[in-house]
Design a protein around this ligand. Structure first.
Ligand code: 3HC
Ligand code: NAI
Length: 700
């Protein structure tokens, strides 16, 4: 076996050249791999001992696509994937892609450039480019509508969704499925094609399927996507490329058109932001002082204490990952209600067709209920999700400290309490950490993993690995009030209430933030989360002396809580509700005006959307710098992941810290100071964080 450029192995079997991509971990199409593959193809083309060619991936997968790191250079060096695909497509010997694991993005385009594709039945394919703010730039927007039709091409490329091989086969993107040895089957397929000498299936010569009424099809698909992400540039460019394909344009011209669109997106701010988040998510699992080879504790059996809102969602998270769960409640009635809620959620999914009846039964068979702590004795991990009350949590954790196996991990889902204090109560603090899930826990991707001051390294490493297994993106936070996300949220909500007292309306504030791209405005968000929950936390923090010495601090939310306007569930909050529909309520403006008079806050009618955005977002970012300076978060990217995955921050801006960099740190610092002056510098709320000032002047 010969190695070409160390990244592609060239071997011959039964007069078939087997080109094995060898660039772990994902066979990313970096320049060395591309040039290695091109050399191997050119060799196979002229090799008299070769009648056909197979391209196959070494290691875990066929190919994870373009090497995203190379995008930062702003250009794509030769040979690009287009040139390789054209080389394969024009070859006079059959070229077969043999796919296992995944073929994604440029990896799928490579496969589409081959004459045929065979895939293992458990492999998956897709075009995730749109999630990185780009489009398939090596013929994907041109060959897919030819092989699978315009509608499917739009669906796959605009959504970025990954489909299994069987579906891809049904859609015409895969020619054959392998149930035995992939390479053997691929060789048989290639030799068969050689023997039959049938015209090779070259995407270029196929017409685009579904080209009639294409304008409406494209417009409808695009509109659906832009409703969720109105400012996104990539979907628009994808639509233009597919329209170009459907226009009957020359294939070569279409490839050039697609490439130009690709390069423009690659060099744009949106793709940069989305790539930042891609790598930040991967980076968040790496803990600076934790060796990558830390031995993990086994986790198969999970216990959950409390079957309320969070306990149910957390239970489903583990059941969905195929893990056994015992759910413990205070009494039989509360337990039955928790178990029934889980069953109903699964039944509703089965009714909608998103899971099968077999899956429903399998998940429910993994679930046990209990009211006896002795049932926690065989659990590898126990997560408490009882009421947010320190005394109760300390008692629960003390009990768990006694009954759990010595090597079991104990986690708390507290959102506001001190994890170190809870850990102490267990009598075995090294086994304890925070697992802060977000509601609904089985849906939200974010998991804040709270590292206590005594948390053992292997406990932290185990939970970080487990998070990946249960489909969460985990970010480590140190112990502080609110951890990373809720601590930053505090200044956002503070300014929301101040602006309402100054004369803005909830609808105006929500529209300004949603216009920026937040998934939901802060007033609606508070109404959904429950105003009583937040008001109670504020009361407790005040009793601890943890709030600023400012009677107007978050006065509106506390007032709404005090009069029972507890949010959506009460039909009244920052809005009044018709079902789930928020309706502006003048009474809220009256309450805000009364509070403004009480605290000497001047009412104005000149509050702009820009001011609202700056007032809410810039202090939030400022707090991010404090969190970094204190070592609560390890990296800027961790904070960005928390906000993008847990709080609906617009991914297109890369998260708050990336957004700050884009805006310029000097400008951010100056604007904070200006807002401080404008608002009378209430309690130094806008004082720039030391790290921000140091970075703005290049001193850090
Ligand atoms: N480029 C560069 N690095 C990549 C990469 C890529 N396309 N895909 C993964 N990596 C890196 C990861 O950052 C990670 O690095 P690290 O170990 O230093 O943290 C390492 O490879 C392993 O990645 P995962 O932990 O994610 O490995 P998994 O086995 O869990 O998943 C995967 C593999 C499914 C391929 C997943 O990594 C993935 O989804 N990657 C992105 C795929 C993608 O978006 N491809 C499209 C690229 S754009 C394109 O192709 C443009 C083309 O049209 C021209
Ligand atoms: P909840 O009130 O819906 O549920 C708590 C459950 O715990 C109740 O069913 C109660 O019967 C049970 N319970 C209380 N004491 C118990 C005990 N000693 N033993 C067994 N069960 C007991 O509360 P929710 O919203 O589920 O919150 C639970 C925890 O999750 C809290 O710490 C909260 O701060 C945290 N959290 C809540 C979020 C939310 O959005 N609701 C988000 C993130 C964290």
């Amino acid at each position: 076996m010969a190695a070409i450029a160390n990244s592609v192995e060239y071997s011959i079997r039964d007069r078939v050249a087997v080109l094995t991509l060898n660039a772990p971990p994902v066979n990313g199409l970096s320049q060395p791999l591309r040039s290695g593959l091109m050399s191997a193809l050119l060799k196979a083309r002229t090799d008299h001992d070769v009648d056909a060619v197979i391209v196959i991936g070494g290691g875990k997968m066929f190919c994870g696509g373009a090497d995203i790191k190379e995008f930062a250079s702003g250009e794509v060096s030769e040979p690009d994937v287009n040139a390789i695909a054209r080389c394969m497509e024009t070859m006079n010997k059959p070229v077969v892609a043999a796919i296992h694991g995944v073929a994604l993005g440029g990896g799928l385009e490579l496969a589409l450039g081959c004459h045929m594709r065979i895939a293992t039945s458990d492999s998956r394919i897709g075009f995730p480019e749109v999630t990185l703010g780009v489009l398939p730039g090596a013929g994907g927007t041109q060959r897919t509508p030819r092989l699978a039709g315009v509608t499917l091409a739009l669906d796959l490329i605009l959504s970025g969704r990954v489909i299994d091989a069987q579906k891809a086969h049904d859609f015409g993107l895969i020619d054959a499925l392998s149930s035995g040895d992939l390479l053997d089957d691929a060789i048989a397929l290639a030799l068969d094609a050689t023997r039959r000498g049938e015209p090779l299936r070259v995407a270029k010569y196929l017409p685009v399927k579904g080209a009639e009424a294409v304008e409406q099809t494209i417009a409808a698909a695009l509109e659906k996507v832009l409703r969720r992400t109105p400012g996104a540039e990539a979907p628009r460019a994808i639509a233009r490329c597919i329209a170009f394909a459907a226009s009957g344009a020359d294939f070569e011209d279409a490839l050039v058109f697609e490439r130009e669109e690709f390069l423009e997106l690659m060099n744009g701010a949106q793709s940069k932001a989305l790539r930042h988040l891609f790598f930040a998510e991967k980076g968040a699992s790496k803990i600076p002082d934790l060796p990558g080879d830390t031995a993990l504790r086994p986790v198969e059996r999970v216990g959950i204490i409390g079957a309320g809102t969070m306990g149910r969602g957390i239970a489903m998270t583990f059941l969905n990952a195929g893990m056994a769960v015992t759910l413990l409640e205070i009494d039989a009635e509360a337990l039955a209600s928790g178990l029934e809620a889980i069953r109903k959620t699964y039944a509703a999914s089965a009714e909608k067709g998103s899971i099968s009846a077999a899956v429903l039964n399998q998940r429910m068979s993994l679930l046990r209920g209990s009211t006896d702590y002795a049932d926690m004795a065989d659990r590898d991990l126990v997560i408490e999700a009882v009421f947010e009350n320190l005394d109760i949590k300390q008692k629960v954790c003390a009990k768990l400290g006694e009954v759990c196996r010595p090597d079991a991990i104990i986690a708390t889902n507290t959102s506001t309490l001190n994890v170190d204090v809870i850990a102490q109560a267990s009598g075995r603090a090294p086994d304890v950490l925070g697992m802060h899930f977000f509601s609904p826990a089985h849906i939200m991707r974010l998991l804040e993993v709270v590292r206590g001051k005594e948390t053992a390294p292997d406990v932290l490493a185990t939970v970080m690995a487990l998070a990946r297994r249960i489909g969460k993106v985990a970010v480590v936070s140190g112990v502080c009030y609110g951890f990373i996300g809720n601590r930053m949220l505090e200044s956002y909500l503070r300014e929301m209430d101040f602006l309402l007292m100054e004369g803005a309306t909830p609808a105006q504030i929500d529209a300004a933030l949603e216009g920026f791209g937040m998934a939901m405005g802060p007033c609606r968000m508070m109404d959904m989360a429950g105003i009583d929950v937040n008001a109670r936390v504020l009361d407790e923090r005040e009793a601890e002396g943890a709030l600023p010495d400012d009677p107007s601090y978050r006065a509106l939310v506390r007032k709404l809580g005090a009069i029972g306007r507890n949010g959506q569930k009460a039909g009244l909050g920052y809005y009044r509700y018709d079902g789930r529909t928020p309706i502006p309520d003048p009474q809220v403006n009256d309450i805000a005006a009364d509070l403004a008079a009480q605290f000497g806050i001047t009412r104005r009618n000149n509050i702009t959307d820009d001011e609202i955005r700056d007032r809410l977002l810039l202090p939030l970012i400022n707090e991010g710098y404090r969190i970094l300076d204190e070592g609560i978060a390890y990296r800027d990217g961790d904070i960005d992941v928390v906000w993008a995955a847990g709080y609906g921050w617009p991914r297109l801006t890369g998260g708050p810290m990336h957004y700050a960099e884009t805006m310029g740190l000097e400008q951010l610092r100056n604007r904070l100071q200006e807002l401080g002056r404008q608002t009378g510098d209430r309690h130094g709320y806008f004082a720039p964080a030391s790290l921000l000032s140091r970075r703005a002047t290049g001193a850090a």
